[in-house]
Design a protein around this ligand. Sequence first.
Ligand code: NAD
Length: 498
Amino acid sequence: MADTKVYKNFINGEWVESKTGETFENRNPANIDELVGIFQKSSEDDVNDAVAAAKEAYKKWRLVPAPKRAELVMKFTDRLVKEKEEFSQQMTREMGKVIKETRGDVQEAIDMGYYMAGEGRRQFGFTTPSELPNKFMMSVRQPKGVCGMITPWNFPMAIPSWKMMPALLCGNTVVIKPATLTPLSVYNYIKIIEESGIPAGVVNMVTGSGGSVGQPLMTHKDVSVISFTGSTHVGRKVSQACATDFRGCHLEMGGKNCELVMNDADVDLAVEGAVWGAFGTTGQRCTATSRMIVHKDVIKEFTEKLVARAKALKIGNGLDESVDMGPAVNESQMNSVLKYMEIGKNEDKAKLLCGGGRLTGGDYDKGFYTEPTIFGDVTPEMRIFQEEIFGSVTSITECSSLEEGIEMANNTEYGLSASIYTQDINKGFKAMRDIYTGIFYINAPTIGAEVHLPFGGVKNTGNGHREAGVAGIEVFSEWKSVYIDYSGKIQKAQIDNN
Ligand code: NAD
């Protein structure tokens, strides 16, 4: 504890302690004895300071030409490339996912940085002819102001980058509240942004709990927009808080994603996709494949092969390159997953095919390890089919046609990601058209989005916005329509145009 680094908030270009004088610990879920860092347990006062700094900095930052803002984005992204391995190792220590995946997380932030740096010279508006002579019309983008960002722990650097890069590029300033479980990765990200020369107040970070930091941030009158990624339960609170004073909010929330396997599928490929989709990031992905809907002609072969692959996965500390799956992110997440395993076991008709509990003994006792778990004979009314589990549990459900599979795929409150395995292009396109999700894959798992397409979902997964790709520019900028009349006389639209 004596040697453990104490990390501070970043407000107005300074690293400062919280006014509460309190801190909290960040521990390694693979080995709870390992203290990763000590962070500020902040409150509303710290949020107020951060928002005031962001509001002041906005006055100048919005006037910096976008290509110049982009040069800064490019500069700190170059720096991120150099720090990739170190930041990946630290991310595995703070949240447990395996090292090849944390490298992917940092890489996603790098990709987003370079993508957005390119957008600096592409802040396109449009012109269109006026209905009146000697009159010019155009639409231009403007920044929105102070953007509040509330992020989850499962992609601790990638998700902050989806939000911060387009927001900064568009001329906004930022106050970010990282997930309580993963402040170190956001600290690392902000630190290199600072060292790359961002003006004071343009980026601010306040660590602490949802109630003490997220709540005052999302209700602050000087915050123009809240960008939230997390559970549907908290997203609903964010939506309600923002609605009272018409504050913009983008919500990226939960998922219950399915892989549909048709009788003409390459079954081995579908199994590979299922293993990666269900157990990658220990199933703690919003896009995790938690439902396999499999045609009756291939369900036996698919099930046998998937169970064999799941049983062979190596579980352990994610810093070991040979490990396939790390621990749950903390004790309460592990307990929630164990609870769903019990719910599955208590279903009369569902059959536990492998796993079903906690891994114990040796090093496992120091961490929060759950077994890769598969339930068979699952039907759509079961809770394990309907509810987001966010852990190493997946289910297999039989269907007898494409149409029935699509109906089952849509039988959920969520609409984030889905996939189909088939060799028939007609089936692939029908499923793409008829399954209600924001993301869709053919012959690939439900996970694996790239930064330059919009990311997000429908139904209880989102509120109509998307982030990433050009959608990121859309949500962090405002259209302004401009009319210039050079006729030298009054011209009345709709009245003088006949
Ligand atoms: P969470 O909703 O518990 O927390 C998300 C963030 O909100 C955290 O920073 C948390 O501290 C904050 N928060 C909690 N209560 C709050 C409150 N009352 N007011 C303001 N802020 C509050 O989610 P989590 O456990 O961090 O992440 C897992 C969830 O995130 C899953 O449901 C997953 O599907 C979802 N997720 C969605 C996407 C997506 O893009 N759709 C991506 C990743 C994760």
